[in-house]
Design a protein around this ligand. Sequence first.
Ligand SMILES: Cc1ncc(COP(=O)(O)O)c(C=O)c1O
Length: 372
Amino acid sequence: MNNPNIFKLEEYLGQYEFKAPYLLCCSDAESITMQEMIDMGSSSSKDAWNKLSLGYTEVSGLPLLREQITQSFYPKLSANNILCFSGAEEGIFCALYTLCDPDDHVIVLTPCYQSLAEIPALKGALISHISLREENYWRIDLQEIQNAIKPNTKCIVINFPHNPTGQVITKNELQDLVDVCRAHNLWLFSDEVYRLLGNPSEGWAPSAVELYEKALSLNVMSKAFGLAGLRVGWIACQNNDLLKKIEQMKHYTSICNSAPSEILSLIALENKDKILARNNQIVDKNLQLLDSFMDQYRELFSWVRPQGGCVGFVRYKKEESIDNFSKRLVDDKGVLLMPASIYSHSSNHFRIGFGRKNMPESLEKLKEFLQD
Ligand SMILES: Cc1ncc(COP(=O)(O)O)c(C=O)c1O
């Protein structure tokens, strides 16, 4: 196996994330302290926390946690349709590496979180990148996907709410995509890590796994819940044979999840509505500020207003490259944006993040820079 290409986004964040004071490109919601989380626990989960043994855990994830995941997200599935991972990233690696074979063909919507295309390519699959287009409001174009299908197509990879544009998929669009996958007997890998954060005008589409027997729905505690430090993610899939093979890949990566993180995830999911309401309130408020910002600086910037998640893709309208602008901004004011080049996207866009509580402060610093 060759080494994968450098993960540009993670490399970029690694360079600045713990140095730049104003992170205006984060893709996660505001986090929660350990104390707040423990205080939210029911008496039985507090008991589980206090009596927790710090040995190895079950490879597929704590059964109680997997049950809570199905109740919270996929009520028609059962705990054995869930396989837990260390974050969503391990789920992407194990699932796509297992699913794809050399010379398979895989369709990926771009721009995208790099590993969604990189891991199938690492395994030797041939990738068709289908570009989401701004003039189509970054929406999925089913016709383009259909045109790209070949006899050796194995899988379609989607991510909605989409990183970096914040576009969502509607229930009808998802159903149409499932119909196409079913007609061609394709797997559908659906990265849903931003689902339930935001307020899409047409409501939330279901998880792909609820509609399709060959779907893998990926989710995680990192984004909508703001709990990236737990490193707990999962894949939901109706096909237990595939889940078993993916689990066998996990033996080579993390083996099992962190015991404390499993209990903390359980507490978070028991308080799902409360945590999501708090995070959605922050996102709503920040989006309103961004609406006025976009209005005030419409000569400089434009965007398709995000429908879900906590990131959007803003076009910088000046001649200057967004790479240069972003570098000047972080050097001068410590405000971090994420230019399109990090997504290998040749445009003058940047990702903006609005999930964090201190986002208004970061936006003020950006304004200061623009006024200077
Ligand atoms: C679309 C998408 N999928 C997966 C991940 C990885 O998530 P995690 O950090 O929880 O592993 C990210 C992180 O930014 C993401 O944006």
